[in-house]
Unconditional design. Structure first.
Lengths: 167, 381, 69
């Protein structure tokens, strides 16, 4: 009986370990993949443009409930930290941007929105849940990855940003 | 007074998963309120009434829903008319369910209480749902338990019925445009399972009509299994087509197949139209007969038409109009919905006893046509 | 329990990655793709069918949709 339990525990642990390892090849501490996308600012923006700043990259879609819920909170965060060395970038993952643009008219945000219409950046960043937030430090390294959004996550974002500012 | 609406209560309440709308893959259902008027008219039976559903989140991880439902029954159906006189009756049902989300798991539980003058039914249910494989797969396990008390007008009958059910389901994302759901459910009931008002018929040359009635005798237990598959496909011009197949079999000898095809088409920005057609076929229970050769011909006897061999075809259309009112910030959106279904049932071995001047067993086979209406308004907060 | 372990093991051992990415679930999240968009209506019509038919069960569905969170 005990041997079976141990074997079962071992199988589960190995399975979970292999799965999580396989899923998270976007490593924290590794350089954030470079990209350039069209934005709602009129001109294309590249991640390299923000080297030296702390970047909070948020992948979202207008059809995703938790993403829409998170946007006003990100806007608040942006107002608080903009100009203090922190930049928020919203990456919209929809192949057709019309719905997103429409939604932004009703719920405008002051940080730039990038349009990843061919999902190249989503796949580069191995977006594994919607929404997906990646926090990148001043040296361009990935430091924190958040999958999904639930109320209170913004406190984690704040703590992590403050930690990166102090570095 | 004969409860031709008999079968209204001889059921485990429809499982909560359909009833109160469990969370969709990792997200709690939206807060909403629905107000409905429903009406069934057919075969001499009219049943109408309200249904009210309210759902609200409490915090970020819990959502609860409450439903108040009434059936006002006015019956002059074939069973009533051939064996007694028309009657009216009201059945009230109250349900409460709670869902809690914890990461990839959703836990649900609920309670339903249904009451009418000669039948009380209580149901409790619980289920666990787990998202896995990057949310492409959702697995659900559920358990249902019911306790009924069967009465009979004009007697002191108060017989218990116990129900047990368990179900398992898997929803799988097949492609960007295709969803599949597979469901299996096993149910078991024990106790007084017959409708006390309906009677079996046997040949009796000494009677004027050539036949007489006797009490039905049902087995004390009933267990069945059902398996279903539903596919939903997103069409490129933004429409959805649904295909549904279910197979049921039980230890009373009933084998039933259900097939349904549905189509949903949004029109413009505010309207959605949908249509469907459903075909159902069952063969009769082992102890069912429209006319037994003599009294007490079998240990178990039934002439309840719900246990007969029949085909049922339902087709219907529905329309939804969606609106948003900027002025009321608390109201995210609202809809107005209308729905009409027509049901046609043709029995292969249940005869229309309103026709009396023919030899017993040669009466025309019974057919039933019914109209089913739903009108409801929904508000999202 | 066994099913959960099997599911985990399958996920780990197989080289199959989720073939529909979270950011590709736009159509699946569309309200017209919901199995049960109006529970109050589904509840009622299933009740109408059940009270006239011998068959019961296997009508509940959970899952699909946007897969958010």
């Amino acid at each position: 009986m005990r041997i079976t339990n141990r074997l079962l525990a071992l199988t589960i642990l190995t399975a979970v370990a292999t799965m999580t390892a396989a899923a998270a090849t976007l490593q924290t501490g590794a350089p954030a993949p470079a990209f350039q996308l069209n934005s709602n600012a009129g001109k294309p923006l590249a991640l390299a443009d923000f080297r030296g700043q702390i970047v909070l990259l948020n992948f979202w879609a207008s059809w995703c409930g938790p993403c829409r819920q998170e946007m006003p909170i990100l806007e608040q965060l942006n107002r608080q930290y903009h100009g203090k060395g922190v930049t928020l970038l919203g990456v919209n993952v929809e192949p057709d941007s019309a719905a997103a643009v429409q939604w932004l008219k009703a719920t405008p945000v002051t940080f730039p929105i990038l349009f990843d219409t061919d999902s190249k950046v989503s796949s580069l960043y191995e977006v594994a849940g919607m929404p997906n937030t990646v926090i990148i430090d001043r040296k361009g390294l990935v430091r924190y990855i958040h999958r999904g959004y639930s109320a209170g996550a913004e406190n984690d974002y704040l703590n992590q940003i403050r930690a990166l500012i102090r570095e | 007074m004969l409860t031709s609406a008999g079968r209204w209560h001889l059921r485990i309440a429809v499982p909560a998963l359909v009833l109160l709308g469990v969370a969709r893959a990792g997200v709690l259902p939206d807060d909403r309120a629905d107000l409905m008027y429903h009406r069934y008219e057919g075969g001499g039976l009219t049943v109408d009434g309200p249904s009210v559903l309210v759902r609200k989140k409490f915090g970020d991880h819990v959502s609860a829903a409450y439903n108040y439902y009434v059936d006002m029954i006015s019956s002059a159906s074939i069973d009533v008319v051939t064996q007694a006189s028309p009657y009216t009756e009201t059945r009230t049902q109250n349900s409460l369910s709670v869902d809690a989300i914890d990461g990839k798991s959703t836990y649900s539980a609920g309670y339903i209480y249904s009451k009418e003058p000669d039948y009380k039914a209580q149901t409790a249910f619980a289920s666990i749902s787990q998202d896995m494989f990057s949310d492409l797969t959702t697995v659900t396990f559920g358990y249902t338990r019911g306790w009924d008390k069967v009465g009979e007008r004009g007697t002191t009958r108060n017989d218990p019925v116990d129900h047990h059910g368990w179900n398992v389901g898997v929803t799988q994302v097949l492609t960007r445009n295709l969803l599949l759901n597979l469901s299996y459910e096993a149910t078991a009931s024990q106790g007084f399972l017959a409708n006390p008002y309906r009677q079996a018929r046997f040949l009796d040359p000494t009677e004027a009509l050539g036949y007489a009635f006797e009490k039905q005798v049902y087995p004390q237990n009933h267990s069945g299994n059902a398996g279903s598959a539903v596919l939903k496909y997103f069409l490129p011009w933004r429409a959805a087509v649904t295909g549904n197949f279910r197979y049921f079999s039980d230890n009373w000898g009933i084998r039933a197949q259900t097939g349904e095809l549905g189509y949903t088409q949004p029109v413009g920005r505010a309207w959605t139209l949908d249509t469907h057609v459903r075909y159902y076929h069952q063969n009769h229970a082992d102890f069912y007969s429209d006319l037994f050769p003599y009294a007490g011909a079998q240990n178990y006897l039934a002439r309840d038409r719900e246990l007969a061999t029949f085909d049922s075809v339902v087709y219907g259309i529905g329309a939804t109009w969606e609106y948003r009112v900027q002025r009321f910030a608390w109201l995210q959106k609202g809809t107005v919905n209308f729905n009409w279904n027509r049901m046609h049932i043709s029995y292969d071995d249940f005869r229309d006893l309103r026709v009396q001047n023919v030899p017993p067993g040669t009466e025309p086979l019974y057919t039933l046509d019914a109209n089913i209406f739903q009108a409801f308004v929904s508000f999202w907060f | 329990m066994l099913l959960a372990v099997a599911a985990l093991a399958l996920g780990a051992c197989s080289p199959i990655q989720p073939w529909v990415k979270p950011y590709e679930r736009e159509h699946l999240a569309d309200p017209i793709m919901s199995f049960n968009p109006n529970p109050i209506s589904t509840m009622y019509i299933e009740h109408v069918y059940e009270t006239r038919e011998g068959a019961r069960g296997a009508t509940g569905i959970v899952g699909g949709g946007c897969g958010c969170n």
